[in-house]
Design a protein around this ligand. Structure first.
Ligand code: FE2
Length: 466
């Protein structure tokens, strides 16, 4: 720090002393201010305090000894040098115990004064630099710790997604639960920190399933009480996996309590009502909704309406009424993250059921049983994609496709012909009638999903939310 930039406040009731010190210190390149009393000194310290104060001990209104603690408390960065008569060195030493840096004695040896001030300025400069460095270091350590935590959580989330992806019944589940939970959390006015914890907690809520027996998890039939109990251990297991690496207990609580029932009726439940952490109550609703609208080994997916009715039914028993109400309100206003809608048009029920079971985890599937109904449903419900059979009663798939593609309200909807007819001519006719793609039966679930995902850009496969 250049001398010229350091300001020295000289506090002394003797004008002559002030003048003497000022002249010498200004010669040395310091900027000087003067105060003739303690009151004046406090006014001069003001909003831009000097670096060093030369403080006379003996002053009429308030002594330097009285003023010193006030200066140190209000301006801890200011370095104070006591100025005292040769006879009062003991007091000066007492002042140093109270935070003064040094003392100089009258009559002055001006070289000594300059030397003492220079050392005080240097000390202050070092202290400020050190504090700056420490603050910077603490911030850097905190940033790095956050980065390490997030890397670890991200790796665990990736592991959880990989586990889910292995199983078509659960693929994308945690990501969808997280989207729904965050929408509810925002509506409930959660803070940024709470939302961040909600995001991690919901992405990792089922991480404990890595310890669950896959055969039990994928059992098509009803679970025995023992099997159910085994599956439910994933809450405790998950919490113990995550606990050592997260800073916020809220993330652990979400994982531990996401299956708790609001009325306390869940398995081995220790908490009930508002005692269950709020973020866990939010994830409970999001989790149940996504599970209900996804096909599982033991049942096909419920429609959106049926799942919403179930949430409504569980208000106050399984679900927190406020959280459930918020979710239903957002769903009603279509503010919830929605699955894209696919219309399956086929007169054969077995095909519609098959397509529904393949697509319903990632998409909302609606149905029509012939070409005529398809045109109407397309107009009323505006699906994001249509899978269209060709040979159907009342109106065939070609004509239906043509009508959909020439209606300005539905012409943008991609249509994939999904048919048992594999002749080249049929492919050409389909193109003529405006179809976007042609798939033949039998098809593999994978190829159907891939084709559909190609048209609907926000498909969930492989998406890892960081
Ligand atoms: Fe779970």
């Amino acid at each position: 720090m250049a001398k010229g930039k350091e300001t020295i406040l000289i506090v002394d009731d003797d004008k002559g002393v002030r003048k003497l010190l000022r002249q010498r210190l200004e010669d040395e390149g310091y900027r000087c201010k003067e105060a003739g009393s303690a009151g004046e000194a406090l006014a001069r310290l003001g909003s831009s305090p000097p670096g060093v104060v030369l403080l006379d001990i003996k002053m009429p209104d308030k002594s330097g000894m009285e003023l010193l603690p006030e200066i140190k408390e209000r301006y801890p960065d200011v370095v104070v040098i006591m100025v005292t008569g040769i006879s009062d060195v003991t007091t000066a030493i007492a002042a140093m115990r109270q935070g003064a840096y040094n003392y100089i004695t009258k009559p002055f040896n001006l070289d000594e004064v300059v030397h003492s001030v220079a050392r005080a300025v240097e000390k202050r400069k070092l202290e400020l630099e050190l504090r700056d460095y420490q603050q910077h270091l603490e911030q850097k350590v905190e940033e790095q710790a956050k980065e390490i935590r997030e890397t670890f959580l991200g790796a665990m989330a990736a592991l959880s997604f990989a586990l889910e992806a292995k199983d078509s019944y659960t693929a994308g589940h945690s990501r969808r639960v997280s989207e729904i939970a965050l929408a509810i959390g925002k509506e409930l006015g959660l803070s940024e920190e709470e939302l961040e914890d909600l995001r991690w907690g919901s992405l990792l809520h089922d991480i404990g399933k890595i310890a669950v027996d896959q055969a039990i998890q994928n059992k098509p039939g009803k679970l025995t009480p023992q099997e159910y109990e085994h599956i439910m251990t994933h809450c405790i297991v998950g919490a113990s996996i995550v606990r050592p690496v997260v800073r916020s207990e809220r993330i652990v609580e979400i994982i531990e309590h996401h299956h708790a029932h609001y009325n306390g009726g869940g398995l081995n439940q220790t908490l009930r009502g508002e005692k269950i952490p709020l973020l866990a109550r939010i994830v409970a609703v999001a989790d149940a909704y996504d599970a209900m609208t996804s096909t599982r080994p033991y049942r096909t997916a419920l429609s959106r309406e049926a799942a919403l009715a179930e949430i409504q039914r569980g208000m106050g028993t399984q679900f927190d009424p406020l959280v459930a109400q918020t979710f239903l309100k957002l769903s009603g206003a279509e503010l919830m993250p929605q699955k894209k809608k696919i219309l399956v048009v086929d007169d054969e029920e077995s095909i519609r059921v098959l397509v529904r079971s393949i697509l319903s985890n990632d998409y909302e599937v609606i149905e029509a049983t012939d070409g005529q109904e398809a045109v109407q449903v397309a107009r009323d419900q505006r699906p994001d994609l249509i899978l269209m059979d060709i040979l159907m009663p009342r109106l065939d798939g070609y004509t239906s496709c043509h009508m959909i593609k020439t209606d300005p309200t539905t012409c943008q909807i991609p249509v994939i012909m999904l048919t048992g007819v594999s002749h080249k001519l049929n492919v050409e006719i389909s193109k003529e009638f405006g179809a976007d793609e042609y798939m033949t039966k039998p098809f593999s679930p994978q190829s159907l999903l891939e084709t559909v995902n190609r048209f609907l850009t926000n498909h969930p496969e492989g998406v890892i939310v960081g």
